[in-house]
Ligand binder design. Structure first.
Ligand SMILES: [Zn+2]
Length: 354
C-alpha cells in the first residue's frame, strides 16, 4: 500500500533526468580563481601575455568559442565590466585590451579571453610591444604554483571584483569618429544587425598575405567597453561566432583572432568601441599559435626526438620573427577598388550565410 502511494514519486525521481537538462560538470575551483560565476570564472591565466593579465574561462562544457551561448556571452559581459570596475576603482588602469583566439585545429580548444591592463602610470608602448611579442612567438606558461603566487600579488588591484558596478552607457549621440560617419558606413559595411554594424577594415592585417579583417561595432556611439549595453555586447559576439562558423566550416586550418581595446594606452585608435575579427585562413603561417605554451611539460609540444625538438624550436623562432615583424608593421591601406571588391564579396556571402 505504502509502495503504491510512493510510486508516482519514485517514477518522477527515476524519470527526472529525461525531463531535465543533464547537469554539466563544472571544473573544480582552483586557488588561482579570483571570481566564479555560474558558467564562467575570472582567474590568473596559465599562458600569459603580461604579468598582470586576467583570464575569463568557461567552467562548463562549452569550451569552443562557437559553443558559448547567449547566457554565457551575457555573463562574459558582466565579468568584463567587473574587471574594468576593479581596475578603475583601485586606480590601477583605465585602459585595457581583451584578446581571444579560436581555432578548430587544436584537438581540445578551450576558448578564453585574456584581459590585459595598461596601467595609468605604466610604460605602455613597451608593454604593447611585449604583448605583441608574446602573441607572435606564443606566450610562456605559468605553473599552478606561479598562478597562485600571482593571484596573491595582484590582490590590491583585483579587490573590487565582486563589488556591484554602475553601468554608464554614455549619451549614445553620434560623434565625429569613423564608425558614426555615414560615408564609412556606406562604403565599408558588410553586414547590418539589429544593434551592430560589421565593417571591412580599410587597412587589413597582413601576415604574409592579406587577412580578412572585420570590425564589429555598436550602431550607437559608445567609446569604451563600459559604455556598451549587454545587448550590444552579446550581439557583437554572436555575429563574431557567425563569422567564425562561415570561415571554419570547411577549413579546419582557419584561426580567428579577436580583440577589443579601451583607451589610447591600450592602442584604441578610433574612439568608438569595436571588436577586431582577424581571419588567418591557413595557420601554417602561425605555428607558434599551435604551440602556445613554451615551458609547459603537459602542453602539445611534447616531442620525443631531440633533433625534431630542435628543428621545431628553430621553426618556431623563425616563424615568430616573421609574425612579430608583420604585426609591428603598419598595414597598407586598400585602394577604393580593392575595398569595394571585398565589401561586395563579403556582403553577398554573409547575407546568404548568416
Ligand atoms: Zn561613434
Amino acid at each position: 500500500m505504502r509502495f503504491i502511494k510512493l510510486a508516482p514519486a519514485i517514477f518522477l525521481f527515476l524519470a527526472f533526468p529525461l525531463f531535465s537538462d543533464i547537469p554539466k560538470p563544472l571544473h573544480a575551483p582552483r586557488a588561482y580563481d579570483l571570481l566564479r560565476g555560474e558558467n564562467l570564472k575570472i582567474c590568473v591565466p596559465a599562458c600569459y601575455y603580461c604579468d598582470d593579465a586576467l583570464e575569463i574561462q568557461n567552467i562548463g562544457n562549452h569550451q569552443r568559442f562557437c559553443q558559448w551561448n547567449a547566457a554565457e556571452q551575457a555573463e562574459t559581459y558582466d565579468l568584463l565590466q567587473r574587471i574594468a570596475n576593479t581596475w578603475n576603482k583601485s586606480n590601477y588602469a583605465h585602459n585595457y585590451l581583451a584578446y581571444g583566439m579560436t581555432t578548430p585545429n587544436l584537438r581540445s580548444e578551450r576558448f578564453s579571453w585574456a584581459v590585459i591592463p595598461y596601467p595609468d602610470n605604466g610604460w605602455n608602448r613597451l608593454k604593447q610591444i611585449r604583448v605583441i611579442w608574446n602573441v607572435a612567438f606564443g606566450s610562456p606558461q605559468n605553473s599552478d604554483e606561479e598562478r597562485v603566487a600571482k593571484a596573491t600579488s595582484i590582490k590590491e588591484q583585483t579587490q573590487y571584483l565582486s563589488d556591484p558596478y554602475m553601468p554608464d552607457y554614455g549619451s549614445g549621440k553620434p560623434a565625429k569618429d569613423a564608425f558614426c560617419d555615414g560615408k564609412v558606413i556606406e562604403n565599408q559595411r558588410v553586414f547590418e544587425g539589429k544593434r551592430i554594424n560589421v565593417f571591412y577594415d580599410r587597412a587589413p592585417e597582413r601576415i604574409v598575405d592579406e587577412n580578412p579583417h572585420f570590425l564589429i561595432t555598436p550602431k550607437r556611439h559608445a567609446v569604451k567597453l563600459t559604455e556598451l549595453t549587454e545587448d550590444e555586447y552579446t550581439e557583437s559576439m554572436e555575429t563574431a561566432q557567425k563569422i567564425a562558423d562561415y570561415f571554419q566550416r570547411d577549413n579546419p586550418r582557419c584561426t580567428l583572432h579577436m580583440l577589443h581595446k579601451t583607451g589610447e594606452a591600450a592602442g584604441q585608435t578610433v574612439p568608438h568601441w569595436h571588436l577586431h575579427v582577424i581571419v588567418v585562413k591557413d595557420d601554417a603561417y602561425l605555428p607558434s599559435f599551435q604551440f602556445p605554451c613554451v615551458k609547459s611539460p603537459t602542453s602539445c609540444t611534447r616531442i620525443s626526438s631531440p633533433f625534431l625538438h630542435l628543428q621545431r624550436q628553430f621553426g618556431r623562432i623563425w616563424q615568430g620573427c616573421q609574425n612579430f615583424i608583420y604585426l609591428m608593421l603598419p598595414n597598407r591601406k586598400l585602394t577604393d577598388e580593392e575595398l569595394n571588391e571585398r565589401v561586395a564579396f563579403y556582403s553577398r556571402e554573409f547575407e546568404q550565410s548568416f
